[in-house]
Design a protein around this ligand. Structure first.
Ligand code: BG6
Length: 504
């Protein structure tokens, strides 16, 4: 993320090599993001896109497919001249890690292209592939020397989520990558960091004088992080059934939100310092025993129901989901951060699919005021003091507080002060990938996950994965599609005398 005051500059000349060029991710996000960057004049002047597709495909065919995808997924009306400018940079090359000779041929063709396009040998390899291909592709790129930084040229590798499926596999993947690349060459994407409101958490906390003095256990009662989705599992049955809500969302997206909210102020706004503070706070999440993990978690699976007008069937009836599957589509956790700032402040996290609402937010609940002065007002009629960072559906910040109801007697009611991005700024709709791709091209990895953060995230969720695996179907709650999730998630907070923030 560039500093707010830094004027955006054009990236160095480079080639952008996408593995998985015919896949969903490239069509849905990568190409529309490149298009938006081209529209903002933020692509390098000397640039080429190489699409790696396993089955042989001509450049013409690849461009045609990408253009169709662009028309389907662009975030704004497509200007033909800009689309042509991006697409004329695209070349299709075949490479399959099972066929090492194809990577030798890739090297020869890429070097020729780089000379013709005068990209100076700078390369951005983007792995928009299924995770099983990450290591084999990287090994081949390493073997052929394509990732070696030499002669002043940079070589970078972008890796999509999921990064491992547990602590052991994430460590193994990090070890494998770090044999071939150095950490500064690796860009592990978490698309939540491309969201404006998520990036704004740092600005809210550290560019304002009034929040930081109260951002601690003396004033904050607890923190709630919610990522609720209306969509079910849809066509992703086989991926999702092997993954579940916890792996899919918590060690990555929810922990990005958690680390930005809970980290210590970085001394400098640079990648090393910011990422070190984030890793530090993730490492401070208490590792729970399996018994504690069971007590401090709820998992659920949706059953058929109605979301708006759409009927959705039981999770277990989703194509490619095993009948009788015990995979969770909802997870709620209570975590503790063992450091001076957060000791005794629980962090409650919840995420689920097929719920009645689409909502992503962080709600900071401040401690109750001593209400001695208003002893006659029943506590339950007083509003709770929340600072809410809204990511979806409304991007903004809301402060909830009590105020006097006009009139001769002292009656108190809760009100909200709301900031909404769209009221202040006109922003073109984006995919969220523009900033991430741009930052890869300028070599700023502040918005990308470092190896230690990824591992600290898995470390914190591993006891839940292990405990749930052991108990299988026991303790798996159900909830109706279109509802608020399993009732047990309410209990998780209720037993601490708390409740999830309701929408106003
Ligand atoms: C992805 C998950 O990483 O994030 C999906 O694999 C999920 O299951 C998605 O739907 C949520 O992203 P967003 O931006 O819609 O909150």
């Amino acid at each position: 993320m560039t500093e707010p005051s830094k004027k955006q500059r054009k990236p160095d000349p480079c080639s952008f090599i996408v593995f998985g060029a015919t896949g969903d991710l490239t069509h849905r996000l990568v190409l529309p993001a490149l298009y938006n960057l081209a529209a903002a004049d933020l692509l390098p002047d000397k640039f080429c896109v190489v699409g790696i597709a396993r089955k042989g495909m001509s450049s013409e065919q690849l461009r045609k497919g990408l253009l169709e995808g662009l028309h389907q997924f662009a975030t704004r009306p497509v200007d033909d001249a800009i689309a042509q400018r991006v697409l004329e940079c695209v070349t299709s090359i075949e490479a399959d890690p099972k066929d090492p000779a194809s990577f030798d041929a890739l090297r020869t063709r890429l070097e020729r292209l780089e000379t013709n396009r005068a990209t100076g040998g700078n390369r951005l390899f983007y792995l928009a592939t299924p995770p099983a291909a990450f290591a084999p592709i990287t090994r081949e790129l390493g073997r052929t020397g394509l990732l070696k930084e030499e002669g002043g040229a940079w070589r970078r590798l972008v890796i999509e989520k999921p990064f491992g499926t547990d602590l052991v596999s994430a460590k193994a993947l990090n070890d494998e990558l770090l044999k071939i690349l150095t950490e500064h060459q690796i860009y592990r994407i978490d698309h939540y960091l491309g969201k404006e409101t998520v990036q704004n958490i740092l600005v809210l906390r550290f560019a304002n004088g009034m929040f930081e003095p109260i951002w601690n256990r003396n004033h904050i009662d607890h923190v709630q992080i919610t990522v609720e989705e209306k969509i079910g599992v849809g066509h992703r049955g086989s991926f999702y059934d092997a993954t579940g809500a916890l792996r899919d969302m918590v060690p990555n997206h929810l922990f990005q939100l958690l680390s930005l909210v809970a980290m210590e102020p970085p001394a400098k706004f640079d990648a090393h310092t910011v990422r070190s503070e984030k890793a530090e706070v993730l490492a401070a999440i208490q590792t729970q025993s399996e018994a504690e993990a069971l007590r401090n978690s709820v998992r659920g699976q949706y059953q058929g129901g109605k979301i708006g007008d759409a009927e959705i069937s039981d999770y277990c009836k989703t194509p490619d989901v095993k009948p009788g599957s015990t995979t969770e589509t909802y997870a709620a956790l209570k975590l503790a951060i063992d450091n001076w700032r957060w000791a005794g402040v629980p962090f409650y996290l919840r995420t689920g699919k097929a719920l009645g609402l689409k909502r992503t937010e962080v709600a900071i609940k401040f401690k109750q005021a001593p209400f001695a002065m208003f002893a006659s007002t029943p506590v339950e009629s007083l509003a709770e003091n929340y600072l809410v960072i809204g990511v979806e559906p409304t991007e903004g910040i809301t402060l909830q507080f009590n105020t006097k109801v006009p009139g001769p007697t002292i009656n108190i009611d809760g009100v909200e002060m709301k900031f909404r991005y769209k009221d202040y700024f006109h922003v073109e709709p984006t995919t969220g990938y523009e900033t991430l791709i741009y930052d890869c091209m300028i070599g700023d990895n502040i918005l990308f996950q470092r190896a230690d953060s990824v591992e600290a995230g898995w470390q914190a969720v591993q006891p839940f994965l292990d405990a749930w695996k052991k108990v299988g179907a026991k303790g798996l709650e159900t909830y109706k599609a279109g509802s608020e999730g399993p009732a047990a998630a309410e209990e998780l907070l209720k037993r601490d005398g708390r409740s999830w923030r309701k929408l106003g």
